[in-house]
Every structure is written in structure tokens, then in C-alpha cells.
Design a protein around this ligand. Structure first.
Ligand code: ZN
Length: 147
């Protein structure tokens, strides 16, 4: 493993063991439940959106290391973004995971650590669960499933 891959691995392990924003969000304005039955990942995402800006984001639930680490990093990165920017982030993240070269690495920030997932197609659904749930929450749908 290269040094950069080890660094990425460490960041994913850190966020899965000690997820950030792992809590209920009081005064949430948007929420959704995400389910990835293939792996057993379940995620409740709660957002506080004011004037189209995501002021706060938090999640609860249970799942594998990849699903938890993405939810943790995603909720960190979302704060201060508009809903349009958040949905663009999902687009760029998804493009990276499916090996499409057309994504903006600057937009992705720390989420770039998941780029190795494209070698494991089964885990792509774990990595995108938080974002599918985000999309459902922004669009005021109750839930999202990776299937
Ligand atoms: Zn999973």
C-alpha cells in the first residue's frame, strides 16, 4: 500500500470508529432514513436548512465502517453549503466512485479518501448511502434505498 493509501485508510478508520455529528439534531428541518439492504446499513440523517443553506447536519444508525465513515465526513463537509452545492457534491462523489473521470476533486475535499472504493463495486452502495439519504432529505422524501 502506498503512503497516500495508508493515510486514506487511517482517515476512514478514524471516522468509522469515532463518527462526527453522530447524534440527533434538535430543530431539524429536513430528515430521511436510508437503507442499504445488501449490507445491512441503516442511517437516519437530519438537517437544519435555513434560507437554502445547510446550517447543521447529523446522523444516527448502524452500519459498516464505510457507510459510517462517509456519513461522518459528509456531515462535516455539508455545513455551510447550499442545497444545490450539496447535490453537486453527490454528483461528483458518485462520478468518482464509478470511475468516471469527470469530477471536481476540489469540491470533494476529504471525501477523496473514498476513491479506492471503485475497485469494490459492492461497497459503492455503502459509500453512497449517506448521499442517497441526503438527496431524499433535501427533496423532502421520507426515505432512500440503495436498491
Ligand atoms: Zn455497508
Amino acid at each position: 500500500m502506498s503512503a497516500i493509501e495508508e493515510l486514506y485508510q487511517d482517515l476512514i478508520i478514524d471516522h468509522s470508529k469515532d463518527p462526527r455529528n453522530f447524534k440527533k439534531l434538535i430543530n431539524n428541518t429536513h430528515k430521511a432514513f436510508g437503507n442499504n439492504p445488501l449490507c445491512g446499513d441503516k442511517l437516519h440523517l437530519e438537517l437544519r436548512i435555513l434560507h437554502d443553506v445547510i446550517e447543521d447536519a447529523a446522523f444516527t444508525g448502524d452500519g459498516c465502517a464505510i457507510s459510517k465513515a462517509t456519513a461522518s465526513l459528509m456531515t462535516e463537509i455539508l455545513k455551510g453549503k447550499t442545497t444545490f452545492e450539496a447535490l453537486k457534491l453527490f454528483n461528483d462523489f458518485h462520478s468518482m466512485l464509478v470511475g468516471n473521470a469527470m469530477y471536481d476533486g476540489n469540491v470533494l475535499g476529504k471525501l477523496i479518501v473514498f476513491q479506492g472504493i471503485k475497485q469494490f463495486p459492492m461497497r459503492v452502495k455503502c459509500a453512497t448511502l449517506a448521499f442517497h439519504t441526503l438527496q431524499a432529505a433535501i427533496n423532502k422524501k421520507e426515505g432512500a434505498s440503495t436498491e
